[in-house]
Design a protein around this ligand. Structure first.
Ligand code: RB5
Length: 146
């Protein structure tokens, strides 16, 4: 039996409702969810939350991560500063599948002001259901790490 995948979820203040709904959706699919907030809509700084989620993966406390800010860009850049982390912003289902299949990304970033909730949840599903294909893609991913 395969272990339940642990998913860390975080955001800045741009849309904590979307983040909470993603967390509910992911939990309903049977994943173990760690929603690390923030829990209020008070203005905050996306690097804090992107890096906190990325650290959970870097330390082995989570397998995959989903992060949200207004565009998805700032929080993605912040997560990618944590050594070993590969995070991509996706606004479409195909890219969400491919960042797992070809890039072995552990983290998905979403722009709450870019995609609606229905599309965001489809993107989340594509990301979580895809598997890394390895082979020639592993060679390339190793090259990213230097
Ligand atoms: C916050 O207003 C906004 O700048 C942030 O959520 C994000 O879009 C940054 O990349």
């Amino acid at each position: 039996m395969t272990a339940t995948k642990r998913i860390v979820i975080s955001s800045d203040h741009a849309d904590i409702e979307l983040r909470k709904n993603i967390a509910k959706h992911v939990a309903a699919k049977g994943y173990a969810v760690d929603d690390i907030g923030p829990m209020t809509t008070e203005s905050t700084h996306y690097p804090i939350h992107g890096q906190a989620a990325a650290e959970k993966i870097a330390t082995g406390e989570a397998d995959l991560g989903i992060i949200v800010c207004g565009t998805g860009q700032g929080i993605m850049m912040s997560a990618n500063k944590v050594p070993g982390i590969r995070c991509g912003v996706c606004s479409d289902v195909f890219s969400a599948k491919m960042i797992r299949a070809h890039n072995n990304a552990q983290m998905l970033s979403l722009g709450a002001r870019v995609v609606g909730e229905g599309l965001a949840l489809e993107i989340v599903d594509a990301f979580l259901e895809a598997e890394f294909e390895g082979g020639r893609h592993a060679t390339r991913v190793d090259m990213i790490e230097g």
